[in-house]
Design a protein around this ligand. Structure first.
Ligand SMILES: [Zn+2]
Length: 338
């Protein structure tokens, strides 16, 4: 390279000299020779004019090739930069799209849900109650839910429940989940220094509550409310046996259609559903249907009552299965009469 550059310089000098210098021809070689370094001069001397020209061409060729190569490299560099820019743009677009999708999903997740239809199996069953309506969150998040399996109770001398039930007017409704009997005012129970008034009773098949893992064919839940709005539910388990007169009164007056209320002109005596023995279990739980409200005092009578096989069969035609599965007790205290 250094060799070629030197030659190039020499040829330039020679050309300049011959074109512009009118000095005698004899002096010219002397001048040129003097300006060349001895080592360069040595290497230059044997090179013929033709060879010098060809190397000059080669030099030009090389420059051209270098320029071409540089252009090629720049083009590649440019293409790479453009490809990288395109990739960045695509990644940005993808990120934006993902962020939008995530935001939409989050909005959907947090949007208030206001479904009202629920059931005991499938899509609208107990495992999904909390997803149907935002107000039913406790059905999933609550840690004092009902029913539970009553076991390992603290056997203590529980105070007696004082019942003050009378023959009362009533009306009945098939609400799509059970047969519910709304009882006229004036029926009370008192426990723990609080008096609760009976509001309604209804049936589940099979029983929701278990005692040491064992349930019964049906259960009656009698829902009471105190003056300050506290709930107490009395559960009476039902086994097959003798017919129950109060249940028969209820069955006799079943509404022909769902969601319509029947208000018979007779009275009904709730005392007839109470077992003779008054021992019970008690714990704090919830409603066993949406909205699964907690802070409900549960009183589960130890002695079951009976209903006849015909009485059982009649309800099973309407509601073969309408009980919520057992919930975690989460270490809740269960007290039971000795
Ligand atoms: Zn119930």
């Amino acid at each position: 390279m250094r060799h070629l550059i030197a030659l190039f310089a020499l040829s330039l000098v020679t050309a300049t000299a011959s074109a512009n210098d009118p000095a005698p021809k004899a002096a010219k070689p002397e001048l040129v020779k003097a300006s060349i370094k001895p080592d360069l001069k040595a290497s230059v001397t044997p090179v013929p004019a033709a060879a010098s020209k060809s190397e000059e061409e080669a030099e030009v060729d090389l420059s051209v090739r270098i320029a071409e190569k540089l252009a090629e490299l720049r083009a590649k560099q440019e293409a790479r930069a453009q490809a990288a820019a395109r990739a960045r743009k695509a990644a940005d677009a993808k990120r934006k799209q993902e962020a939008l999708a995530a935001a939409a999903a989050a909005a959907k997740e947090h949007a208030p849900k206001n479904g009202t239809h629920w059931s005991y199996d499938g899509e609208f069953g107990p495992a999904n109650w909390a997803n149907i309506n935002s107000a039913w969150a406790k059905c999933s998040t609550g840690n004092r839910q009902s029913p539970i399996d009553l076991r390992d109770g603290m056997k203590v001398d529980l105070e007696h429940i004082a019942f003050d039930y009378h023959p009362s007017s009533f009306n009945e409704i098939d609400n799509g989940h059970t047969i519910q009997v709304n009882v006229g005012g004036g029926n009370f129970l008192t426990v723990g220094n609080t008096t609760y008034e009976l509001q309604q009773f209804h049936f589940h098949r099979p029983s929701e509550e278990r005692i040491n893992g064992k349930g019964t064919e049906m259960v009656v839940h009698l829902v009471h409310k105190s003056y300050d709005g506290k709930l107490a539910v009395l559960a009476v388990l039902l086994e097959r046996g003798k017919a129950n007169p109060m249940i028969q009164t209820v069955w006799n007056n079943l509404p022909l259609e769902k969601q319509t209320t029947v208000a018979p002109s007779i009275v009904l005596d709730v005392n007839e559903i109470l077992p003779e023995k008054r021992e019970y279990f008690t714990y704090m739980g919830s409603l066993t249907t949406p909205p699964c409200t907690e802070d409900v005092l549960w009183l589960v009578m130890k002695q079951p009552m009976t209903a006849s096989p015909q009485q059982m069969a009649l309800f099973s035609r309407l509601y073969p299965l309408n009980s919520r599965p057992v919930q975690a007790s989460n270490g809740r205290m269960i007290k039971e009469s000795m």
